[in-house]
Write a protein that binds this ligand. Sequence first.
Ligand code: SF4
Length: 65
Amino acid sequence: MNCRVNIDTYRCNSCETCVIICPEVFRMSPALEKAEPTSDTVKCSESLDRAAAMCPEKCIEIETL
Ligand code: SF4
């Protein structure tokens, strides 16, 4: 199953928690110094769900495609 990940970069505090939990989906944007998805469409996974749940700003939204 594929998912689309939206990150509210305004609320992202650059803590990198999502990158640590799910590096296959999240990376830090060098330009913005905020988290960004590695791709428009990613594979849904337990670690993706966990990353969203652990985000301290609750700014990760996962849409199942
Ligand atoms: S866990 Fe949330 S606040 Fe932290 S870098 Fe990722 S998106 Fe930003």
